[in-house]
Design a protein around this ligand. Sequence first.
Ligand code: ORO
Length: 307
Amino acid sequence: DRSQVDLSVNLAGMEMKNPIVVASGTFGFGHEYGEFYDLSELGGICAKGLTLHRREGNPGPRIAETPMGILNSVGLQNPGVDYFIEHELPFLRQYDVKVIANISGNTPEEYGVMCEKLSAAGVDMIEVNISCPNVKAGGLAYGTRPELAAEVTEVAKGHAGSTPVMVKLSPNVTDITEIAKAVEGAGADALSLINTLRGMRIDVNTRRPILKMNTGGLSGPAVLPVAVRMVWEVANAVKVPILGMGGVAKGADAAQMLLAGATAVAVGTACFDDPYAPVKVRDALAQLAADQGLARVSELTGGVRPW
Ligand code: ORO
């Protein structure tokens, strides 16, 4: 039965009791979900994206539903890295769960400063966001150019000490393996993908875009096949481990990510539909592995069979 399956995985040296992480921006700093279940049930928690200074985020409307997904233009609303370290990290540390801090900077130097602070504060991993679709500086500007993506990675690594650095890639590119290889070459310990796909909705009566910022990032089940394809492409192009995400809502979705080459899987938008989604995905993945006669869920990684 599923309780016999070994769920543990090792993501770039970070040992997790199971491969399920909650995706940055969909879990805040954990307080709200912590009222539903013990956060120690999760393998890891990616905290909402941090910047050097606090940000109010973009004006609303900044969320819109789409068929099997949502568009968001949150604009990196967050209380700033120092506030996180002082007031949010201690809360997360009460739980037996890996804590991953996600960071965005306006310059490579800002990424460096944040890495120094977060490494000193003892987070388990730093996720370098070079793929936010909703801000002018940083974000996509770095994530769509291999040289800039490499520069940010190098500076982050140079300031993160022994804390592993994972770089979060954008799907808004023609060839994601180009960016993946550049970032790996610059020293990234792991890669996470995908961030959201740029999209737009228009109200046909008012003729205005639904989102105040006109465009936003698409996530949810609608993007799963795009995400699986990109994880598979990147897994075939690099050696570093991958945290796969994008539309995962079920155990079989997580299994697809692992088979495509991911070492661990993040659940994001599905948490809005059902706060228990990450725990259900974990249990269903364990059941799937048990049904297939596997002793370890890690045996699924890269197991897709070529035609
Ligand atoms: N939204 C996303 O879809 N991805 C990010 O990395 C950041 C945001 C946001 O804060 O708007």
